[in-house]
Design a protein around this ligand. Structure first.
Ligand code: 0PR
Length: 356
C-alpha cells in the first residue's frame, strides 16, 4: 500500500484531536468564502444569509427548529458567550454572580469566569458525570447558570441534562449545555432528550468538530432571540445596527463550510459516521483490554486507556498523536478520520512495541 505523504493536513496517525478532515463540500465552500466577513452582514449579504441557514440546520440537529444563534469561532467563544448571556440577565450589581459547572467542564469556562468576573463553582463527578447532589449544593440565589456537559472532552461522557436543567430552573438560572464535541452524535444515541424537550436555554455545538466543517466554525444556540439580545452591542458605523458576536471580523469560510457539511451529512451521513465510530471505539476497547489495559467504557466514541508512559512515548516516536487525560490515561478520540484500518495499525504497533 502506498503511503500518503505527510503534510500538516494529513490526519494519518492523529488520535488526539477533536478536529478532523473537513467534508469535501465543506472544504470547497470554505475556499469560496475565505475573504468574506459575516461580521458585516450589510456588505457580505450572501454569507450573512448562509449564517442564518447554518443556525437553521443546527436547529434541526438539536431538535429546536426555530432556534436562535450564530457561528462562533469555536466552543470557547460559544461557552464564554453563554456565560455572558447568563451574567447579563443578573439583576443586582452588589453581589457576584456564580456559574456552577461539573468538574469535567472544558477549561473555556475558567476563561469565561476570568473575563466576565463571575465566580465559577465546580461540583465533583460520580461515574464520570455530574453528581446532581453536589451540583445542587453549589447552587444559590446568585447562581446565573448551571452547566451540563454532553460529550466531555476527556471521556465523552454525558451529564443528566434534564435533571440539571430542572435544578437551574428552580432558582431562575439558565441551563447551558456544552455539546461542542458531542452535539453531532447525540441525536443518534439512546439519550432521550434534546434542546426542545429538556429545559435548556443555551447550547454550544461545534460544526468544526464532529460536524466535519472547516475550522473555525463553532456554534452558539439560544432558545430564543431575547437571550441573544443580552449580547447586543451597538455598531453605529456599520449598516447593521448591532452585533452579538464576541469577535468582530469573522471567518466566512467557517460559516459556509458549516452549511455545506450539514447539507451533505445531516442526518444520514452523521448517523452512519457515528455508528461506525462507536463500533470502532468498542472494537478498540476490546483489543486494549485483551492486552491487559484498563479502559474506561466509551459511551460516545472516545476511548481512554491506562497505558505506561514508556509505551506512550514509543508510540509517539512512531508518529502516533495521543493525548492524556488528567489521570494520565491515553486518550483516543474517534473522529471521522480515524477508521478501523488506522486502529488496526495502532494495535499492531502496540504489539510490536511489546515484542521488542
Ligand atoms: N467544549 C468542549 C466539550 C470541548 O471539548 C472543547 C474543545 C471546547 C468546548 C472548546 O472548543 P474550541 O477548542 O473549539 O474553542 N476540546 C478540545 C480540547 O481542548 C479541543 C481540541 C481540538 C484539542 C483539537 C486538540 C485538538 O487538536 O482538548
Amino acid at each position: 500500500m502506498q503511503r500518503v505523504e505527510r503534510n500538516p493536513q494529513d490526519f494519518g496517525r492523529v488520535l488526539s484531536s477533536m478536529c478532523t478532515r473537513p467534508h469535501p463540500a465543506a472544504r470547497d465552500a470554505a475556499e469560496r468564502f475565505l475573504a468574506t466577513n459575516p461580521g458585516d452582514p450589510g456588505t457580505y449579504e450572501t454569507v450573512a444569509s448562509l449564517e442564518r441557514r447554518a443556525v437553521d440546520l443546527l436547529g434541526g440537529v438539536v431538535g429546536l427548529p426555530d432556534v436562535a444563534g450564530y457561528v462562533a469561532s469555536g466552543g470557547t467563544e460559544a461557552n464564554i458567550q453563554a456565560v455572558r448571556i447568563a451574567r447579563n440577565r443578573f439583576e443586582t450589581d452588589t453581589r457576584t454572580p456564580n456559574v456552577v459547572v461539573p468538574q469535567h467542564a472544558h477549561f473555556s469556562f475558567w476563561k469565561a469566569a476570568d473575563v466576565l468576573g463571575v465566580e465559577l463553582r465546580t461540583a465533583p463527578l460520580s461515574d464520570y458525570t455530574a453528581n446532581l447532589e453536589a451540583v445542587k449544593e453549589q447552587i444559590d440565589e446568585d447562581t446565573v447558570a448551571v452547566v451540563g456537559v454532553a460529550g466531555s472532552t476527556e471521556y465523552g461522557r454525558v451529564d443528566d441534562i434534564p435533571a440539571l436543567a430542572d435544578l437551574a430552573d428552580d432558582v431562575g438560572a439558565l441551563c447551558h449545555v456544552d455539546a461542542a464535541w458531542g452535539g453531532f452524535v447525540l441525536p443518534f444515541t439512546s439519550f432521550d432528550w434534546n434542546f426542545a424537550s429538556a429545559d435548556i436555554d443555551t447550547m454550544t455545538i461545534d460544526p468544526h468538530k464532529l460536524g466535519q466543517a472547516a475550522v473555525p466554525a463553532g456554534g452558539l444556540l439560544a432558545r430564543g432571540p431575547e437571550l441573544l439580545d443580552e449580547l447586543a452591542i451597538d455598531t453605529p458605523y456599520l449598516e447593521s445596527t448591532s452585533q452579538v458576536t464576541l469577535t468582530g471580523t469573522r471567518s466566512g469560510a467557517g460559516v459556509a463550510s458549516a452549511v455545506a457539511a450539514m447539507e451533505a451529512l445531516w442526518p444520514d451521513g452523521y448517523r452512519e459516521q457515528y455508528y461506525e465510530s462507536q463500533a470502532d471505539a468498542e472494537w478498540l476497547t476490546a483489543k486494549l483490554r485483551a492486552r491487559g489495559f484498563d479502559v474506561v467504557p466509551p459511551v460516545l466514541p472516545i476511548v481512554a486507556a491506562d497505558m505506561p508512559d514508556r509505551l506512550m512515548d514509543t508510540l509517539r516516536d512512531r508518529g502516533w498523536r495521543l493525548s492524556r487525560t488528567g489521570r494520565d490515561e491515553a486518550r483516543v478520540v474517534l473522529m471521522p478520520h480515524v477508521d478501523r484500518a488506522m486502529l488496526r495499525e495502532f494495535v499492531d504497533d502496540i504489539d510490536e512495541v511489546f515484542a521488542e
